[in-house]
Structure formats: structure tokens, C-alpha cells
Ligand binder design. Sequence first.
Ligand code: DQQ
Length: 582
Amino acid sequence: MGLSSQKLGWVFLLCFVVFCGYKNGVVEASHKVYMHLQSQNAVDIKKVHRTGYHFQPPQHWMNDPNGPMYYKGLYHLFYQYNPKGAVWGNIVWAHSVSKDMINWKPLKPAIYPSKSFDQFGTWSGSATILPGNKPAILYTGIVDEKQTQVQNLAYPKDYNDPYLQEWVKPDFNPIAIGDTPWVNTSAFRDPTTAWLGRDGHWRMLVGSKKRRRGLVYLYRSRDFVDWVKAKHPLHTAPQTGMWECPDFFPVQAQGKTGLDTSVIGENVKHVLKVSLDETRYEYYTVGTYYPDKDRFIPDPNSVDGWAGLRYDYGNFYASKTFFDPSKNRRVLWGWSNESDVSPDDSEIKGWSGIQAIPRKIWLHSNGKQVMQWPIEELEAIRENKVELNNHKLNIGEKIEVKGITAAQADVEVTFSFKSLDKAESFDPSWADYDAQKLCQVRGSTIQGGLGPFGLATLASTNLEEFTPVSFRVFKDHDKYKVLMCSDATLSTLRNEPKMYKPSFAGFVDVDLTVEKKLSLRSLIDHSVVESFGEGGKTCITSRVYPTLAIYDKAHLFAFNNGTEAITIETLNAWSMDNPKMN
Ligand code: DQQ
């Protein structure tokens, strides 16, 4: 098929740019349309569970972070947004900018349905900075009522505008369609940031599935306009279902410095993350990218699928990283969806969805897993520091952390203990349990040996409600297993049968025989508790809806519910200010 003259014009421009340089355990599927809720305006924006310092639009529905980037001194965040209601639907790319990723200024939507190649939806995608500092966006367009998916390209109208307010969607779109019979065109979406190979060809991935085999199609292009699907996907895994929002990026094998997406070479490993539509959770693998063959092979101990590693063992989905050249770091954004009862709850609230605090992400020096830590800019909104040092907690003891606004706080604590002897035995009948199931049966209210100890966040005065974030140590033959739980079971007195109160949990890969210490940081913000175990080895985000532990009636405690005495070596806590939020 010949190129139209408009397409040729774009090819020319781009060549110039390029060559110049669940319900009840499962979060609901995001693409369900609730017709009766589509266009209702929020009558009453319920404030009680709105967050103070997490990214949120003033009202309505938000899901995936899209196309995060840094351009001319500003961070850009686009996000899937329903401008007409608090449930998923009418999706556009809303757009905000920031100098620090904490204070945000809203702009008008950047990309919205307007052309034949996206008239039924503008779904998720990514930004790529082309040579010469020229941003481009690849996104999924929905072309019919059957939700047939194609990939499109958009460019800023004016590269001199640091706000990048106007985006042009050339008429030669789409740039990738499911044009072979085996491509499932209703499962063909979410293009990644592209990377440039040494052969001068760009590559990008599109998430998909073949029956239940999850996969990422690989596309190549010399000019960023004509894209050709490679013969084989970059990677696939059986029994994983649709891979949404793939993300593929290099990390230093040793070091915390972030790498631009096209970097390859020695001391470089790659991370492939996929969001699993079937469970609405994500997993990632660490491995090697072979550029000559365009294959990604996970390391032997880095497994694909449900048993794999997760960035976050809680409410965290459709995440995406970007390289921040201003601080040479890679930053991770992720959507933390609501987990209250039903779409009608969102309509009552008038809003739905927050973004987790952006996290710096790098590979642990052991090469086995990534590390995540809230971006340093967050520390600028800390206020009223309180400290607690060398405080012993015997069995059943707790201490209140007073002097901060416990409903909107940041707390960092290091616990130590003298011995591992009291760690409870790991019952062989738990062998098949994942961490979440183990937390369900051995949660923070069940007395243990070494642990559970941790923080009781968003707690009411008499602990009728609280969300404990805790550690519990088990002895399994000659090894110790460290379980970290963020348990929503007692987070609210609301008790409707469908209320989702999961015992989110993950294991922490740490050798306690070397140092008898465990550290925890929790970002508490009215309806979210975002926790980082052991400096960001295990992260868990819980969405909770207290009825008593709200505003100044919320409290924060440190507790020990194990027989081994625990020492709070250091505890620093801050109230968190309200940044400018859209
Ligand atoms: N959300 C988008 C899709 C993506 C899904 C639609 C993930 O592009 O696959 O809003 O949450």
C-alpha cells in the first residue's frame, strides 16, 4: 500500500527528528460500562476518604497513568479519565504538569476520541522522547463498539510549549493494527515507550494474548511512522491471560542510577512488567535482553506468572516507569483503584481512583528483585516531626505516636530484636499458601513468637478500626521466612457482604541472621496506606475506608503481638502538608 502525501509529510518530519540525533478478591475488570452511571455529575463529592497528598483529579473516575515524561523542566502525567462520571467510561487522556511530581497543575485533556482511529476510546499508552528532545505518544485507539484496538501516534503541536497542551493525531494513523488472523484485536493494546536499537530501528511492545497465553508483540520502525510486527513476540508465558500495560526497561546490574530506555550493554539487566487482566495484579521478571534476536529471557530464578514477583502486593495496577533525565533516575507510577463496595459507591463519593506516590525504582544489588522508594521530593511536604528512639515493646504492648495528623502522615521505623529463637514454626500445611493466604490465617491480631509487630495505622481510639502493617517471622527448617502484611480486615466497621477487606501480604527476602532488624515506612493518607518494607524490597498498598478513624480521630500506634520483645530503634513520623493538587 502506497503512502498518502500526509503520511509522507510525517515520515519526512520524523526522519528529520529521528536522524537529527475483583470484586471480592478480584478488582473489577476496567472495561465494563455502567450505562446508568456514565454521565451523572457528582452531586456530592464526599471528602472523607479523599487523599491529601496522593495524585487525584478534583472529581470523577481515574485509572491508568499514561505517558509520564519530563520535558523542558516539567513532569507530565496523563491518565485515563472519565470526564463525565465516577465509573470507567468515556475515556480521555487527562493531563497535569508539575515541577516536583507532588504539586500538580491541571491542563485540558491532551488526547480524546475525535478520529476514525480512536472514536470509541483513547486507551493507555506511553511517551518516547525522540532525538532532539521531541516527545511522541503511542496510544491505543478503539475503533468500534466491539472494542477493536489499534495503535496510534500523536505529536505535540508546538515543541516550544513546555506544557505540551496541544497534541496532533495525524490522519495516517493507525500505525499498528492486528493485521494477521491470529492477532486478537480486542486484546491488543497499551504500547510501551519505544527504544532505539544500534541498528537504527525503533522497537515497541504491544500487550496481547493468544487464548490464555500472555504475550507482548514486538514492532520495529526506522522512522517511528511505519511499524512492522516482528515474526516473534519479545516474550510470552502460558496460562497468564491478557498482558495489559507492559513495561520494558533497562536497569543497572549494580547501582541505583536510572537508565534511558534505549541503553544496552554490560552492567545492564532488563525488567519486563505486565499487568494481568485476569487477576488485576501485576508481576515482573528480571532478565537479559538479547538485542540481536530481540528476545527477553528471564533469569532462571525470575518466574513468570502468578508466583512471580510483584512491585506491590496490594492495590496497584497498570503501572508505568519513565526515565527522568533531570535526576538520572527511573520513576514508577501506578494506579491504586478503590476497593469499596460497588460502582454506586464511587458515584456516591463522586470520585474513584488515585495514583500511588511516584517511586524511584532500581535493581537490588543481588540482581533478584527491584527496589522502590518514594521520590525524595515527597519529603518537602513533611511537617511537625516527632521521634521515638530505643523504646521497648513487650508482648501485647503498643505505643501511640502522638503529635502528628495520623490520617495524613509519613512514618519511618526500624524495629530490632535480640534473638530469632521464638520465631514460630512454619506449619507444613501452609506450604501451598501464598503470602496473602498466610496473612489471612496468621494475621496481626493472632499472637505469634517473633512478631507480628509493626504499625497500627488509621486506628480509632479503642482500635475498633485499624489497618495493621506488620512483620511476622517463621522458621521453616533451617531458614527464616519474613511475612509482611497490610491487613484491611479490621480497617472499617462497614460490613456489607461485598466489602472487600483483603489481607494483602508479601514475603521479604532478607537474611535476619546477619542483622536482627526490620524497617518499615508507611505513607498514610485517609483512604490509602502505602508501605515499604526493608527499604522498598516489599511494597503493599491498601485502600481502606474507616468510619471512626477519620481526620483528627485517626491514631497511629506501634505494636508488638509476639512473645519476643521488640525494640523500636528509631521512629520518625511527620504530618503531611496538602500540596497543590489539580
Ligand atoms: N486500562 C486501559 C487499557 C488498559 C487497561 C483502558 C488497564 O488500555 O489495558 O482504560 O487498566
